[in-house]
Design a protein around this ligand. Sequence first.
Ligand code: NDP
Length: 327
Amino acid sequence: MKTPIRVAVTGAAGQIGYSLLFRIASGAMFGPDQPVILQLIEVPFEKALKALEGVAMELDDCAFPLLKGMVLTSDPKVGFKDANWALLVGAKPRGPGMERADLLKDNGKIFTAMGEIIDTVAADDARVAVVGNPANTNCMIAASKAKRLPPERFTAMVRLDQNRAQAQLAKKAGTDLTAVKDIYIYGNHSPSMFPAFAHATIGGRPAAEVIGDDAWLRDGFLSTVGKRGAAIIAARGLSSAASAANALVDHVRSLVTPGAVHSVAVKSNGAYGFDPAVWAGLPVRTTTPGSYEILTGYAMDDFAKSKLAATNRELVEERSFVAELIG
Ligand code: NDP
């Protein structure tokens, strides 16, 4: 039996948490032979902590053989203690009439604290995955507070956008989803993100050739993927929490699987012309479990370059809103 790994999750009693925790405990994230201890963190309010107790009762009732323990806490110093993975799902939602800059600043304070605490108390091999929005910038802030853990340990999720793009290409081409390969997400987890369709293949052929509708690829495809979250809210009256949780399972699973090529928001280091200091969605190849290299060899045409420039501008602007928090 392997030693259990400690997985800390913030926002654990939220919507995404409710879809996520059961998948982690079942082995979907770390594999069918990897026991886990869940360290569940919620805000220090009675309603949230009571809800968290209820979720923990349900986890008990699933009798997951891999679930070797749970910690329920509102204290991040307890919740992140010795964590091997920190999944930062909780974030302050945008209130009515709230400006984007205010949302960035409010969440910036939360992620400043998280970065500092994780860096102090988490395990030496700790890895961080940020889902709480604005995820790229929250991740950058948390990483900027870390002195012990290097920036490449901090990643943000753009996998939901990749999964959405793959599904839309398959639908349009009328093929099985598994025939669609090499569709990766560049930039911000926002409607400005860019799924670089020119590199995608369907059944081994260029996706553009199979689909034969360039106008759709440049317009309908990009806007469908970019605005998918809003479309789901409009349809079901609730956000796309289950698919977000599923994407986080994929994000981490791919990061612990050597050889996997997938989209992750990481410190760009200048790849594809991104500002070197921002966290941008990029294609990466997992090298050893938890580590990766950025794949920099994809050629970009003028259309792609203009999309990359636009999403980079948004990331740089987000960074400017929280400049005083970074360092
Ligand atoms: P969710 O669990 O639905 O969402 C959590 C975060 O994930 C939000 O920032 C949300 O961004 C983001 N997100 C990213 N992708 C998606 C997606 N596809 N669909 C939906 N959300 C996505 O939020 P809840 O309000 O249900 O739960 C949040 C929990 O976090 C609560 O239990 C709350 O108590 C806790 N919380 C923790 C804080 C902290 O850690 N300090 C601060 C505030 C809350 P978006 O809002 O843009 O949809």
